[in-house]
Design a binder for this molecule. Structure first.
Ligand SMILES: C[S@@+](CC[C@H](N)C(=O)[O-])C[C@H]1O[C@@H](n2cnc3c(N)ncnc32)[C@H](O)[C@@H]1O
Length: 353
């Protein structure tokens, strides 16, 4: 399996979008920060919502916001053109893992009514959606996660010390970049990836087989009963999933994770949290609206640790995560960075023994 080589025009489009996004992150964001310090100074209210209205009132904010949404739309056009001629996925004759699709699965309305990330048709509507998502995600991460180092760092620093686990489940596994590192870390364990999107699962299966790894991918809703047996998993993971879930589904996710885990089993969720810096926090809240991620502000504002405890976890807490550096930060704050970046964090929860 390979993706078609890109022609000069496609490369030029992608390079343009990438350069635009980098200037948005490393020039417009610091300028927004500078304007807040210059015009508001120490006068920013402690209340997050009031502080946000000051940030949004800065002259460059309109440019910052417009540039984020417009570059995201341009990104999907460029990416869709680039992957239009993908060859069909080729699988080995005897795959090591498996792919179980459920043609009768009804996708939740909250999942289908938004083009998530402004990607036309989301990650589920067409066969090529997964390829488009795969290449688009590389641009969204501005080239920093091309080899999926963020995901490897997550596995190494947040999920790397399990004692002979037998089953690991990756919820909302997408095209597998959060799943195959688990199999690489624990080759003897059964690794299962679950997602709603058939196109993503097909790509995940093919990519994982190409790596010579046996992972079982299955279509299912991780906010309801996935059909997997209860009490069998040592670890449940989810990367970049929970900010996409509305409140009832978020609770459903924690309930299903708790149901799947063994006593003492662990939940590790890589997602986003507030940093305490009003400019960054405003930018990420607005990102949810501009990027068609309508449930992101609600997830960030809710007490997800309490939700986990309500679902049966004995304890739960968030730690900061430095995706380009050391990974898990032991509860410490994010390192100071001038440019815009996602406020990555990991929710860690454990079932009682
Ligand atoms: C942003 S992607 C992240 C994919 C992958 N974990 C990663 O880190 O690249 C979110 C994924 O969650 C899936 N998803 C969203 N809601 C879901 C649900 N209720 N059940 C299963 N998968 C879901 C989407 O289809 C999508 O593939």
């Amino acid at each position: 399996m390979h993706q078609s080589p890109l022609g000069h025009t496609a490369r030029a489009d992608l390079d343009f979008v990438l350069a635009w996004r980098r200037r948005w992150a490393d020039t417009l964001f610091p300028e927004l920060d500078r304007q807040v310090r210059e015009n508001v100074g120490d006068g920013l209210p402690a209340d997050r919502k009031q502080a946000m209205s000051h940030v949004r009132a800065q002259p460059v904010h309109t440019w910052f916001g417009w540039s984020e949404r417009a570059s995201q739309k341009a990104l999907w056009r460029a990416v869709s053109d680039a992957v239009a001629n993908n060859p069909p996925i080729l699988l080995p004759e005897e795959p090591a893992g498996s792919l179980t699709l459920d043609p009768d699965l009804e996708l939740p309305q909250w999942y289908t009514e938004w083009d998530i990330h402004v990607q036309p048709g989301g990650v589920w509507r067409a066969d090529e959606s997964a390829y488009v998502y795969e290449l688009g995600a590389k641009l969204v991460m501005m080239g920093d996660n091309d080899d999926y180092a963020f995901h490897r760092r997550f596995v190494e620093t947040c999920a790397g010390d399990l004692d002979k686990p037998t089953r690991l489940v990756d919820m909302g596994c997408g095209f597998g970049k959060s799943t195959w590192p688990l199999k690489q870390a624990y080759p003897d364990a059964e690794v299962i990836g679950v997602d709603l999107a058939a196109p993503c699962l097909r790509l995940a299966h093919a990519k994982t087989e190409a790596l010579g790894l046996a992972v079982h991918y299955r279509q299912g809703d991780v906010t309801a009963n996935t059909g997997l047996e209860a009490g069998k998993a040592d670890l449940v993971t989810a990367t970049m999933l929970i900010h996409e879930l509305p409140q009832p589904a978020l609770r459903g996710f924690f309930a299903e994770a708790a149901r799947l885990l063994k006593p003492g089993g662990r939940l590790r969720v890589l997602d986003f949290q507030f940093t305490g810096d009003p400019v960054r926090d405003t930018a990420v809240m607005d990102h949810g609206a501009r990027n068609n991620e309508p449930f992101m502000p609600g997830m960030m504002a809710s007490d997800t640790c309490q939700m986990a405890r309500d679902a049966g976890f004995a304890q739960a807490g968030w730690v900061a995560f430095d995706e380009r550096g050391t990974g898990r930060l032991d509860g410490a704050k994010w390192p100071k960075r001038a440019e815009w970046h996602f406020p990555w964090a990991v929710l860690e929860a454990e079932m009682a023994q």
